[in-house]
Design a protein around this ligand. Structure first.
Ligand SMILES: Nc1ncnc2c1ncn2[C@@H]1O[C@H](COP(=O)(O)OP(=O)(O)OP(=O)(O)O)[C@@H](O)[C@H]1O
Ligand SMILES: [Zn+2]
Length: 725
């Protein structure tokens, strides 16, 4: 009797909200190695999946469905699969949802379009003409060219080339239609580094050479040359034949960065961010997978690219909250980059002039190595920082800039220098109020005020994007011409600047009037070229930029970030203001920074004025340690939301009853979220607080596993939350 062999099976993970891979049969003739991209049947559909490993054997072999197709793409590297698993387990997301982040280039998995080129072989046609000879001479270098290219280079008609093809002297080869990736020139000389920079660069090179996991905090003041220094580590990794990933917090920073990279390595790196065309995404994804793209500069999602040879990650401006992904699969890209480096056993560099408390503590406790660059490069000095007490020196009525600051701007302009005013608030005014009845105009779907945008002549919700024309009469009492704008946004500051300095050339930079990297690039070029005298901007201008002629920086409302009292409010305000301040005086001319504040005695203002960053961080750390807040304890944020307010409340109470009791874990809430209504959904919050030794994921699973969530309710879980709204 013939022995019946069991069909070979593998498990396949699909990019759907599924917690685990499913088993499939590998039909004879197909090879489905781990990581292979495959098409499998699921119900009536055919969908893309990735072979995750051996079959689990949980499905009756007779009922296994077969893999339909194995795609012609390099398999997903094992380390990326482990990263997906790790991230899913840590953030409590289904593995399939995380996988989806790793295959976000739809075209990349389709067969690539090819163009036909020709290469010369030894065979010669019976009849040789001078024209044919010219083609043969041209093709002698063995370089494959298209018919057109050959004809043009040899100065003959296409027909001559085709004749040689027919005669078998030229043979076709397929070449990809996509533009190739230029190779960074690692032999190019770097800027000559200062002795401190050199020491730092040598240490980084050494870590790259050691070829194992290491986390290094590159802690250098603004303008100290951190970028130049870590470029040396990039060069070293490239020399070792490894790929490099550089994470930036914002697209706005990309264009200047690409220029600098090009200056150093004589080629532009591949880019990865949300504004790429789908064609570019495809090209970059493939280029990374096939090892042709050696350096990628990208936003947080670049972490999920299928690098086969990744050997270094740099996280620039590592303190930035923008690295936290807040929607869908929530994760902190800086923290996950450290995990990725550890799984891949290579070094990671976290660079910042204002390190996060998390990274500072990690350095203090020896988990990270700290490299310090204490001084600005060259003759540049750190700027002086002055607090303007708005209670003692208020602006005139209806104005927002204090006399001292106005005076300093005038001085800068007179000296041919640039000034920058920073206010982290888009639009014209954050609140519109009726003088007659006191009504405040709110978003109909969120518990937030509508922000007036005067350029657009609209009231806009900054939470959900709702917008409406500014009404003529008060929507509540009907009084005409009674609505007044309260408080300033950047547009209002720009208005004041234009009135005060009518001669000055003004640039307003906020995400409303700058869309996409192109427009950023133009603006930043204009500033560098001194075509602008005064810059008014939101946090887009706060960091990373190098404007040599900028000497005066004014912070219109230094207290703004302290208003929302979350645990990182002081830390973040300090970082942001220090970064803004760091834009001033980066070249020969010294910088002066002015903070308009109603709380000059606040610890943040005092530390900034005195230049006492480390003391400030230490005090912050002590305060958090006392109450067990991150990084000394763990937090999980939970939001229960529904369009049905009563249902949300009922379910939240039920959840509270089911919270498991555990030592060292406390559950706060449910309480109405600060943003109690968002896009028409009522939101309630829990905050879970635990000590570091608690396996918080296990706790959460035990809790949520108990709960049956009705369809009208959404429960979102945020491990290590950064937003508490
Ligand atoms: N060794 C050097 N030789 C010449 N120029 C240098 C050198 N080091 C730094 N620079 C220049 O000084 C300026 C500041 O350097 P860089 O932007 O690398 O500093 P940074 O520490 O990254 O600053 P920030 O944190 O403010 O972004 C840049 O224009 C850079 O090209
Ligand atoms: Zn809204």
């Amino acid at each position: 009797m013939p022995v019946k062999t069991l069909p070979k099976s593998v498990s396949v993970l699909m990019p759907l909200a599924l917690p685990a891979p499913y088993d499939y049969e590998v039909p004879d003739g197909l090879i489905a190695e781990p990581g292979a991209y495959v098409i499998v049947p699921l119900g009536a559909q055919q969908i893309l999946g990735v072979v995750w490993g051996e079959g689990t054997g949980e499905v009756d072999p007779k009922r296994l469905k077969p893999i339909l197709e194995v795609l012609d793409v390099p398999p997903m590297p094992g380390v990326l699969r482990r990263f997906v698993d790790w991230l899913a387990a840590y953030t409590l997301n289904p593995r399939g949802s995380v996988l989806r982040l790793a295959i976000r280039a739809p075209g990349a998995l389709e067969p690539q379009r090819m163009r036909t080129a020709y290469r010369l072989v030894d065979k010669r046609p019976a009849r040789m003409t001078p024209a044919r000879q010219r083609v043969v001479d041209t093709a002698m270098d063995q370089f494959a060219r298209t018919t057109r290219e050959l004809a043009e280079e040899a100065g003959v008609s296409d027909g001559v080339v085709r004749g040689l093809v027919d005669a078998g002297a030229l043979v076709p080869v397929d070449l990809p239609t996509e533009a190739p990736f230029p190779v960074p020139d690692i032999g190019a000389v770097s800027k000559s580094l200062s002795p401190e920079q050199l020491v730092a660069a040598e240490t980084l090179r050494k870590r790259v050479d050691e070829n194992r996991f290491a986390a290094i905090l590159l802690d250098g003041v603004t303008g100290s040359g951190k970028t130049e220094v870590y470029f040396e580590a990039v060069a070293e990794a490239l020399a070792q034949g490894r790929q490099v990933l550089i994470l930036l917090p914002e697209i706005a920073l990309t264009s200047q960065f690409l220029d600098r990279f090009e200056g150093r390595f004589h080629c532009r790196p591949a880019e990865w961010h949300s504004e790429l065309s789908s064609r570019e995404r495809t090209r970059v994804w493939r280029g990374v997978a096939e090892g042709r793209a050696r350096v990628v500069v990208g936003a947080r999602s670049a972490l999920f690219l299928p690098f086969p040879e990744l050997g270094l990650i740099v996280v620039d401006e590592e303190h930035e909250a923008a690295f936290k992904q807040e929607e869908g699969v929530t994760y902190h890209a800086r923290d996950m980059a450290v995990v990725r480096a550890s799984l891949g056993q290579f070094p990671i560099i976290l660079s910042s002039a204002t390190p996060s408390l998390e990274s500072s503590v990690n350095a203090e406790q020896g988990r990270y190595e700290r490299i310090v660059l204490p001084e600005r490069h060259g003759v540049a000095e750190l700027p002086s920082i002055t607090a303007i007490d708005m209670r003692a020196e208020p602006p005139e009525r209806g104005r927002w800039l204090a006399p001292l600051l106005v005076n300093e701007i005038a001085n800068a302009l007179a000296a041919g220098e640039q000034a920058m005013l920073f206010l982290n608030r888009r639009g014209y005014a954050p609140l519109t109020l009726c003088r007659t009845c006191g009504h405040r105009i709110e978003c109909p779907q969120c518990s937030s005020w509508l922000v007036e945008h005067r350029f657009r002549r609209e009231l806009v919700c900054h939470h959900c994007g709702y917008s409406a024309p500014v009404p003529k009469a008060c929507p509540s009492c009907g009084a005409e011409d009674s609505l007044i704008a309260c408080g300033p946004g950047v547009e209002r500051i720009a208005e004041e600047v234009a009135e005060r300095f009518p001669e000055a050339r003004l640039a307003v930079l906020s995400s409303d009037n700058l869309r996409g990297p192109q427009s950023h690039e133009e603006m930043f070029r204009a500033i560098e070229a001194r075509e602008v005298d005064i810059i008014v901007g939101t946090q887009i201008v706060a960091k990373g930029h190098h404007f040599p002629w900028l000497t005066v920086v004014g912070v219109v409302d230094a207290d703004l970030g302290l208003e929302n009292g979350d645990l990182r409010a002081a830390e973040r305000t300090f970082q942001l203001l220090q970064q803004v301040a760091g834009r001033a005086g980066r070249a020969e001319r010294p910088g002066r920074v002015f903070l308009q504040t109603y709380m000059p005695e606040h610890a943040v203002m005092r530390a900034l004025v005195a230049g006492k960053r480390d003391a400030f961080l230490r005090r912050e750390a002590e305060a958090r340690e006392r109450v067990g807040l991150p990084p000394f304890g763990r937090l999980v944020g939970i939001v229960v939301s529904s369009e049905n307010a009563a249902l949300a409340q009922k379910f939240a109470r039920e959840m509270a009853r089911h919270a498991p009791r555990a030592e060292d874990v406390s559950v706060l809430g449910p309480a109405p979220a600060p943003l109690a209504l968002l896009r028409g959904r009522t939101r309630l919050r829990f905050l879970v607080k635990a000590t570091r030794n608690v396996n918080i994921q296990a706790y959460m699973q035990a809790w949520l596993g108990e709960m049956k969530v009705p369809a009208a309710i959404r429960v979102s879980v945020d491990i290590d939350p950064y937003s508490f709204l």
